[in-house]
Design a protein around this ligand. Structure first.
Ligand SMILES: C[S@@+](CC[C@H](N)C(=O)[O-])C[C@H]1O[C@@H](n2cnc3c(N)ncnc32)[C@H](O)[C@@H]1O
Length: 387
């Protein structure tokens, strides 16, 4: 992982996925939540960064700004607020916004925790999407719960929250092992995670992947626990640097709108295709460069990565997994209403598969006589029963 000082050098693959989810969800949110507030929407980027990377890729501020412009075309008026604590980065952010003719409503310094309430007061009667994307664990649980607790019908508030598995894995491990900093790590985790028993997950974890697995279990409980306190569900999608690797963080949606969770899974699945394509392209280009540097002339030119092939592979994998998974789910619990159980419906394919794949898997189960529902129309709102 790059250090926080070179973070804005080259955008890494995991940021491609994060940004794919963010941009798509912001577009969706402006449409759906903005309909309930007569078109008034605010995007708050709480850990904004520099606006763009040195390699020219847009960071979250420019992505949110372009979604704001897009949303104007369907009658939304989107206010943009950016918070960046670091002075040098905030000045760079200002320059990035100016270069792209983006007019922000607010560009604030200081810590997000100190200014977020003022922003929520300012955007009264707006639908607010708050993006919380710190390095590590920066945002405290009480602040998260307080912000979510401020939502009303006139001011819906969704939070897209970066839950750092790397930080929790590192600190959780140190927190249960003897070491000079363990007390500090444990205290920091207690403050960030609140009243969930994270220690049990890290005890006895000795293989190298165990801390990340423990952090994933903690992330799920954290989402549920915050959701219970704030009275809304959470849905988390894992973000990896590369396919096959353990995830580095979970992008968690907190929203009171059940349909938003269902659609969030779909949004994440679409971003996943772009991310896979990005990873394949990076490998392909690195390979060509290696061959050129070595003066090699390959007998057969390797074909460029193809998005359609990636789509087909995901479809095959998703259908096989979902048909099996949903059959088992129905066997154990008798019924399933997908919109109430987004994580349960997708299982391990959450963030990889999309609603179209769930529909196809259910249609196949209907054809085989496993379920009564034919999976047409808004199948996610219906209770699916075993035949
Ligand atoms: C992971 S980077 C943000 C990346 C950005 N969201 C993107 O996707 O392009 C985190 C940023 O948060 C800033 N930061 C750290 N602590 C902060 C705080 N308490 N309040 C606001 N910003 C903070 C850091 O200086 C850094 O620029």
């Amino acid at each position: 992982m790059p250090s926080s000082t070179d973070f804005f050098g080259q955008r890494n693959a995991q940021a491609v996925l994060k940004h794919g989810v963010l941009a798509r969800y912001a577009h969706y949110f402006a449409g759906r939540a903005g309909a309930a507030t007569q078109g008034r929407v605010a995007f708050i980027d709480g850990y904004a960064g520099e606006g763009r990377y040195e390699d020219g890729s847009p960071g979250s501020p420019l992505l949110l700004a372009s979604q704001a412009t897009r949303a104007e075309m369907f009658g939304r008026e989107v206010k943009l607020a950016f918070v960046e604590q670091d002075d040098a980065r905030r000045h760079q952010l200002q320059r990035s916004l100016e270069e792209n003719q983006v007019e922000a409503d607010q560009i604030l310094g200081g810590s997000l925790e100190l200014v977020v309430d003022g922003l929520i007061d300012r955007y009264e009667r707006h639908a607010i999407l708050l993006f919380v994307d710190p390095f590590g664990l920066a945002f405290s649980r009480p602040t998260l719960e307080r912000i979510l607790g401020r939502r009303t019908r006139q001011q819906p508030i969704d939070v897209l929250y970066h839950f750092s598995l790397s930080a929790v894995a590192r600190m959780g491990r140190a927190g249960v092992l003897d070491g000079p900093t363990s007390g500090q790590n444990a205290a920091q985790l207690d403050a960030a995670l609140g009243d969930i028993n994270w220690r049990a997950d890290f005890e006895g974890a000795d293989d190298p992947r165990a801390p990340t697995r423990a952090a994933l279990a903690v992330a799920t409980r954290f989402g549920q626990s915050v959701g219970t306190t704030a009275g809304l569900p959470s849905t988390g999608v894992p973000v990896r640097q590369r396919p096959g690797q353990l995830p580095k963080y979970v992008l968690m949606l907190f929203s009171a709108d059940p349909k938003a969770h269902w659609d969030y899974a779909d949004v994440a699945g679409k971003a996943h295709v772009d991310w896979l394509h990005h990873c394949d392209r990076t490998d392909y280009e690195a390979n060509i460069q290696r061959q050129e540097e070595a003066g090699l002339l390959p007998l057969f030119q390797e074909s460029e990565p193809d998005k359609d092939e990636i789509e087909q592979q995901i479809r095959r994998d998703s259908l096989a997994y979902l048909a099996r998974h949903i059959t088992e789910l129905l066997r154990s619990q008798g019924s399933l209403r997908p919109i109430d159980a987004v994580q349960g419906t997708y299982g391990d394919q959450l963030g990889l598969a999309r609603a179209t794949h769930v529909r196809s898997a259910l249609k196949e189960l209907h054809r085989q006589g496993v379920i009564t529902d034919d999976a047409t129309g808004d199948f996610w709102t219906r209770t699916i029963l075993q035949a």
